[in-house]
Write a protein that binds this ligand. Structure first.
Ligand SMILES: Nc1ncnc2c1ncn2[C@@H]1O[C@H](COP(=O)(O)OP(=O)(O)OP(=O)(O)O)[C@@H](O)[C@H]1O
Ligand SMILES: [Mg+2]
Length: 212
């Protein structure tokens, strides 16, 4: 199963999701490989830091340009292939979409992030012509934890895209995501119930979508 995390916006939480979901499935005993398709190497660096932690091992490979056939071949060898793409329209994103089972497009509850989604929807739609099994969802990330701020509900209310499901689960803006990222850990390994719950909910929801 190939899960690609992609968006045309930088800094929306792609690598955070890619690393935490990889850890979630690896901790569950799945054979997981994290494919870093972004030359920034955020995910690959996280894996390097993780080696020193002696936590559940996750394989990782850097792959650039046309990644379609590499993803297909990894799909035959691993239970789950998670791809971290860069934050713009790229060859990696376009070719990755041709192999993926599911694309997840993270966005923050802000108008500027929302504005990038129509182009993403178009990209996904073109990819579906060549890869009919491709499913697509979006997820709200870094949502304010202050309940008096209603940005999350506002973003949900204006989210209206055919062919793109908005996940119920979200990530909230929590320092623990940054703390975990800096030491090669997932939030599941940081003794933080709220963030762990968020990642578990996201994983459960995306598996339901893939199996639907
Ligand atoms: N839920 C969260 N709570 C707090 N901080 C977060 C959360 N998600 C991501 N971050 C932080 O926000 C920043 C951007 O996240 P991340 O690197 O995952 O985004 P990205 O989409 O991969 O960015 P890029 O487009 O540059 O690859 C990082 O510093 C990360 O630690
Ligand atoms: Mg990234």
């Amino acid at each position: 199963m190939i899960i690609l995390i992609g968006s045309e916006k930088g800094g929306v939480g792609k690598s955070t999701l890619a690393t935490n979901l990889s850890a979630f499935f690896a901790i569950q005993g799945k054979d997981v490989i994290l494919v870093d398709a972004d030359r920034q190497s955020t995910s690959a660096n996280w894996i390097q830091d993780r080696i020193e932690t002696k936590k559940t091992k996750i394989d990782c490979v850097r792959q650039y340009d046309n990644i379609k056939s590499t993803l297909q071949s990894l799909d035959g060898r691993y239970d789950i292939v998670i791809v971290d793409c860069q934050g713009r329209d790229s060859k990696e994103l376009r070719t990755g979409l041709l192999a993926a089972d599911l694309v997840i497009a993270p966005f923050r509850p802000s108008q500027w992030d929302l504005d990038t989604l129509p182009t993403m929807v178009e990209l996904i739609s073109s990819a579906k012509d060549l890869n009919p099994k491709l499913k697509a969802c979006a997820i709200l990330t870094m949502s304010p934890t202050n309940h008096n701020i209603n940005e999350l509900e506002l973003a949900r209310s204006v989210f209206k895209f055919d062919n793109l499901v908005l996940l119920q689960s979200v990530t909230c803006d929590r320092k623990v995501y940054r703390d975990a990222a800096s030491i090669g850990l997932s939030v599941l390994e940081m003794d933080n119930e709220k963030a762990s719950f968020e990642i578990s909910e996201i994983a459960t929801e995306i598996i339901t979508i893939i199996n639907s």
